[in-house]
Write a protein that binds this ligand. Structure first.
Ligand code: URA
Length: 207
């Protein structure tokens, strides 16, 4: 199965109650062969309207943070644990996470990223398969079987709680160093298909 086929297969998903209130399934966006993937919680109002993750206020902050470390949205892949907007942006319920997370795992398998950044508690706990608080694990590197996990505070949380903004920016600076460590030494033969234009970011995108 390809990523497109997976997207098509769930575009009319009715496996949980969120099908009754959503406008559309928000599958994911970006480079289907990305080495770096970002995973959030669930679509909000604008994502539900547009069918694209992280296009509202939290998305603007995410885009700014990505650019601050030389990553463009088109070089990475962005998805959520939950593909449909919960009513009034409430927290996803445990059975909704259980029902939807196989789609995220399949997305990750098909994309094959080296590094996954989980944003917030839901994404981090889903991918770590452990009930840990983001405050404890943000900015730490977890070497999982198939990829490295790098948990971050959720950008929406940083918009609501100003005190989280600096730690989030600091974690992005750390992310840049993690990417440099994961990247093999640059060589002329290395694939450049994920290179962002800025030369300062060359190392980040080569692995
Ligand atoms: N918050 C999320 O977790 N995901 C989105 O797509 C938007 C906001």
């Amino acid at each position: 199965m390809t990523l497109n086929e997976l997207a098509t297969s769930i575009h009319d998903c009715r496996r949980c109650r969120l099908a009754n209130s959503r406008t559309q399934v928000v599958f994911g966006t970006g480079n289907p062969h990305a080495a770096i993937m970002f995973v959030g919680e669930a679509p909000g109002y604008y994502e539900d309207q547009q069918g694209v993750p992280f296009v509202g206020a939290a998305g603007k902050l995410l885009t700014e943070l990505l650019e601050s470390v030389g990553l463009s949205r088109s070089a990475i892949y962005i998805a959520n644990v939950i593909k449909c907007r919960p009513p009034n942006n409430r927290d996803p319920l445990p059975d909704e996470v259980e029902t939807c997370k196989p789609y995220l795992f399949e997305q990750i398998r098909l994309i094959g990223p080296k590094l996954v950044c989980s944003m917030g508690n839901f994404a981090t706990q889903t991918l770590l398969e452990k009930k840990v608080g983001i405050t404890k694990v943000h900015g730490r590197v977890f070497r999982l079987e198939k990829f490295v996990l790098f948990p971050l505070f959720h950008p929406a949380a940083a918009l609501h709680q100003n005190a989280l903004l600096d730690p989030l920016r600091e974690d992005f600076r750390k992310l840049k160093r993690v990417l440099q460590e994961l990247a093999p030494p640059s060589s002329p033969e290395a694939s450049q298909d994920q290179l962002a234009p800025s030369s300062a970011t060359t190392q980040l995108d080569l692995f």
